[in-house]
Design a protein around this ligand. Structure first.
Ligand code: NIG
Ligand code: FE
Length: 413
């Protein structure tokens, strides 16, 4: 299948240097080309250039971009979008003054979602999840990581991961799966956290690995959830099965999770609402991607991660949606970029790099995704004509996306 997109007003997110990530001051430099074409073949970008150099070739499909802007698809490196039901009752509880931790202590929160997931069949779970997957595809996401973690028993964790595998097999969006058995202590293990961690390590992880259901392993390493020692044990056990680590760290307190992630070579440490100078320093000498989830800070009314400080320290940072029923019931990466701009003073260009190339790096996939680069998977979306690339983040709720291209084909879902 070959596709020629012509009359593109501007291509943004071009990276000709094939960088693995974009860090520090470079995050604010946008690779762009005006009045351009892009050619895809067999799912990959094979060429792009100025319209004057448009090659006279036969292609199977042609798409007139009508002057719109072409962006690389979002790479959302942190979601929990497979879940059953919703939790708007807790939303009301929060409005009435309860904190996320208080709701969790009352048996709400993650355990509430675990009860609902337990009651749902695999088919029902899939039917709900696929709606969300199509929603994020329409909003520009082309590569997504999805976590388990609402099962909290071997059987239910496998059920979640099989749903993720089915999405991966059936949809043109690229999917990576993360095993997050240590999201919360299951209801029937309350007061027996050590026994639950044993279950995660000795029963769940081997079962997940046996079916090849997870690329990565994650732990909610935070106050009131899992300790540093438990986190280390779980991610080391995951490493034995070839699963790289992604850690929920420093959302509720300075947990030490950032330093642990760096020490263990984690792909990313995520959340980072509570960050000190030592955490930033630890990240400077590492390949671990600090990943911020401003949708969660927004929804829970928490303080935002210190993005400016991190970028000024020379770090690459990523942005992800955290799409989940408790702390971020949206997978809208454009809204995430707008929050990054308005609440963390990231420029729209920095936010774009954080939501694309650096998001891909947080999944170890930036060689194939996250920028407009010859040879990469042809995942992009095309907007209406924009007065500037920044307009996309500025007019954050205006419907602007006209076409979604995944693996070099127009997705008409
Ligand atoms: O990333 N922080 C831990 N886990 C999710 C929330 C999950 C939930 O509340 O259901 C998060 O915010
Ligand atoms: Fe999360």
């Amino acid at each position: 299948m070959s596709l020629l997109i012509y009359n593109i007003g501007t291509i943004v997110g071009i990276d000709t240097e094939r960088r693995e990530r974009i860090a520090g001051a470079e995050m604010d430099q946008l690779g762009r080309l005006d009045n351009a074409y892009l050619l895809a073949d067999k799912g990959r970008i094979v060429a792009f250039g100025p319209m004057e150099e448009l090659p006279a070739i036969e292609v199977e499909e042609r798409l007139d971009a009508e002057g719109g802007t072409l962006f690389p698809s979002f790479c959302d490196s942190h979601t929990h979008l497979v879940y059953a039901g919703s939790r708007e009752q807790e939303f009301l509880d929060k409005i009435h003054g309860l904190s996320y931790e208080e709701i969790a202590r009352r048996g709400g929160g993650i355990l509430n979602s675990a009860d609902r997931l337990h009651a749902a069949t695999e088919e029902e779970l899939y039917a709900e999840a696929i709606e969300r997957v199509h929603e994020i595809m329409r909003m520009g996401t082309g590569l997504v990581e999805i976590k388990s973690g609402y099962g909290l028993s071997t059987e239910d964790e496998l059920k979640m991961l099989r749903v993720i595998r089915r999405i991966r097999q059936e949809e043109p969006i690229e999917v990576r799966a993360t095993f997050l058995g240590a999201h919360a202590v299951a209801r029937n293990y309350i007061g027996r956290q050590a026994a639950y961690v044993n279950l995660v390590v000795k029963e769940m992880l081997p079962a997940v690995a046996r079916e090849g259901l997870a690329d990565f392993v994650d732990v909610f390493c935070d106050r009131g959830f899992f300790t540093l020692e438990e986190t280390e044990r779980i991610i080391r056990a995951g490493a034995k099965y070839g699963m790289k680590a992604k850690i929920h760290a420093n959302e509720l307190a300075i947990s030490g999770g950032v330093q642990l992630g760096v020490k263990e070579g984690a792909l990313s440490v995520d959340h980072l609402e509570c960050m000190g100078d030592e955490e930033i320093e630890a990240l400077r000498s590492s390949h671990t991607m600090p990943t911020m989830l401003p949708g969660a800070a927004f929804f829970l009314g928490m303080s935002y991660p210190p993005a400016r400080k991190m970028i000024q320290a020379g770090l690459a940072v990523a942005l992800a949606s955290d799409y989940n029923p408790g702390s971020s019931p949206s997978g809208n990466m454009r809204m995430v970029m707008a929050l990054a701009a308005t609440q963390m003073r990231m420029t729209p260009t920095e936010a774009l790099h954080a939501a694309t190339l650096n998001g891909a790096a947080a999944m170890g996939e930036s060689h194939d995704f996250g920028s407009i680069t010859v040879g990469k998977v042809a995942n992009c979306f095309i907007t209406k004509p924009l007065p500037s690339p920044e307009f996309f983040t500025y007019a954050y709720a205006t419907p602007l996306i006209r076409h979604t291209i995944l693996r070099g084909s127009i997705w008409r879902g």
